[in-house]
Design a protein around this ligand. Structure first.
Ligand SMILES: [Zn+2]
Length: 74
């Protein structure tokens, strides 16, 4: 793990916030909390879902293209 702001690994523990370990970065002087990345997880899940839907849509379009292809419809 690294600093969420500057990605430095030069940090030390600095108490707790919202029940989670808080760290203070020695390089940029800012605080960050490890494990508090629900937002990131949500974004990743949404992206994964989009990929699945896109794949399904593409597959469906390909199937429709075969069924309604003018070259094979006569
Ligand atoms: Zn930092």
């Amino acid at each position: 793990m690294d600093c969420k702001h500057c990605h430095s690994v030069n940090f030390h523990k600095s108490g707790f916030t919202r029940g989670k370990q808080r760290y203070k970065c020695k390089d940029c002087g800012r605080y960050f909390v490890v494990g508090d990345d629900r937002t990131t997880d949500k974004i990743i899940n949404t992206k994964a879902l989009c990929v699945v839907f896109y794949s399904l849509a593409k597959a469906s379009y390909g199937m429709l293209g075969k069924v309604f292809d003018p070259a094979t419809a006569h």
